[in-house]
Write a protein that binds this ligand. Structure first.
Ligand code: AMP
Length: 414
């Protein structure tokens, strides 16, 4: 039997319903804030992520779904989209004016991960990015949009986990203190952390190994090393969040997995799934556009995993497939042609109708309708055609009545 590629899954049924609701809600909410959609290709040159995400990250180190194309070029199925969006913004000179640019994306990402529950090699993300604004106000606006979006989906138990990772200029002082702390207990840290302390010390804070997390007890805190401007920025954002009623918690170990973050870094946790778990992450990445060859541009953004969000939604609200349309069942050749024409008119008027086109017996059509969860059937036979009516059957109640054909759209919508 043919099977899907390892780590990649098909979406259908209730999970697909949850995905659609999430995507529709995102589009509505983000448009209200003036964000516009951008779609970039799934394949990018490997260089885009090597330069942006950084060689020391797990994404580039271990998880790239990369290969050579037929022309021998090194390409990769995008592991995340921020770097790709920045690449597109630079390529199309959309950042040249330094005007603010507000963008969102929805699409699949690919990481060659070890298999585990809730981790896929193809997964979906929704992200929002704002370019050209450095203020804490722009971060508060983006976070408010995010929280309104999540609350509109029915999530209540949300908390922002917040940190500032400072700027590249101020980080060396923190690194020195942190290396001294690490050296004093280096035998307690894993092999990966020994590599990280040399390449990118912040990553040690991010290590998932429990003994490393224990060894970090009492580590120097990066917010104690912020320069004055970064400190003021951080304090201002916290004041704005309090004002907006967005609950947050400061987390000095939160650094995000990527090299390009400056100042604000955050995750959003949800206890709707039981234990507190990270739903999404993001932050400020003022260094990235320049790093990829563009003009010096402030930037802030976040990305949320749809797979995990859909799981949370199913836990919160149970299965949710979209409502079924009415099933229009014609009986006989004459009615079949008439049903197509009627459906054409009703679709044009915005009605949701699915057409039974197999022909055959009414009994079989109704059995299928019940099995597939339809709640309304419209039956059109020669008799009905002559009298200008249609037999409307309520499949849940088992009752039926004749509706004048002209009244069908209004009655369906009622
Ligand atoms: P990241 O880009 O690593 O910060 O991930 C952002 C969000 O994407 C995470 O919070 C997850 O919800 C989701 N995510 C990342 N990797 C995977 C994966 N392999 N499978 C499913 N979801 C993922």
């Amino acid at each position: 039997m043919a099977q899907s590629v390892k780590g990649m899954r098909d979406l259908f049924g209730p999970v697909m319903g949850a995905f659609q609701r999430i995507e529709d809600t995102a589009r509505t909410h983000f448009a209200k804030h003036g964000y516009q959609e951008i779609r970039t290709p799934i394949l990018e040159y490997v260089e885009v992520f090597k330069r942006a995400v950084g060689d020391s990250s797990d994404i580039v180190n271990k998880e790239m779904y990369d290969f050579k194309d037929k022309g021998g070029r090194d390409v990769v199925m995008r592991p995340e989209n921020t770097a790709a969006v920045v690449r597109a913004m630079i390529e199309h000179k959309l950042l040249a004016s330094s005007d603010p640019q507000l963008l969102y994306y929805i699409g699949p990402m690919f990481r060659y991960e070890r298999m585990q529950a809730g981790r896929y090699r193809q997964f979906w993300q929704i992200g929002a990015e704002s370019f050209g604004v450095a203020s804490p106000e722009s971060e508060a606006e983006s976070l408010l949009m995010l929280f309104d979006f999540l609350r509109a989906l029915g999530l209540k138990e949300l908390k922002l986990s917040l940190n500032s990772v400072g700027t590249p200029e101020t980080r060396p002082a923190f690194y020195a203190a942190f290396r001294a702390f690490f050296d004093a207990r280096e035998s307690q840290f894993c092999g990966d952390c020994h590599r990280r302390i040399a390449e990118n010390p912040l990553r040690v804070l991010d290590c998932k190994v429990p003994t490393c997390q224990a060894a970090l007890e009492g580590h120097p805190v990066i917010t104690d090393f912020l320069d004055e401007a970064s400190r003021a920025h951080h304090d201002r954002l916290k004041a704005l969040l309090i004002d907006l009623g967005i609950p947050f918690e400061e987390n000095p170990r939160l650094v995000r997995g990527l090299d390009y973050y400056t100042r604000t870094a955050f995750e959003v946790l949800s206890s709707d799934l039981g234990a507190q778990s990270a739903l999404l992450g993001g932050g400020r990445y003022d260094g990235l556009v320049k790093m990829l060859g563009g003009p010096d541009t402030a930037a802030f953004g976040w990305a949320i995993g749809l797979d995990r969000l859909a799981m949370v939604l199913e836990a919160v609200k149970g299965n949710q497939e979209g409502p079924k349309p009415a099933l229009l069942i014609p009986l006989g050749d004459k009615a079949s042609a008439a049903a197509l024409k009627l459906a054409q008119t009703w679709w044009g008027q915005g009605c949701a109708i699915q057409l039974e086109t197999r022909g055959g017996a009414l009994k079989k059509a109704l059995q299928t309708a019940n099995r597939q969860g339809f709640t309304r059937a419209l039956i059109l036979g020669d008799g009905e055609l002559e009298s200008g009516t249609i037999m409307a059957k309520d499949l849940t109640a088992g009752s039926q009545e004749a509706w004048p054909i002209a009244e069908v759209p209004a009655r369906l919508k009622a």
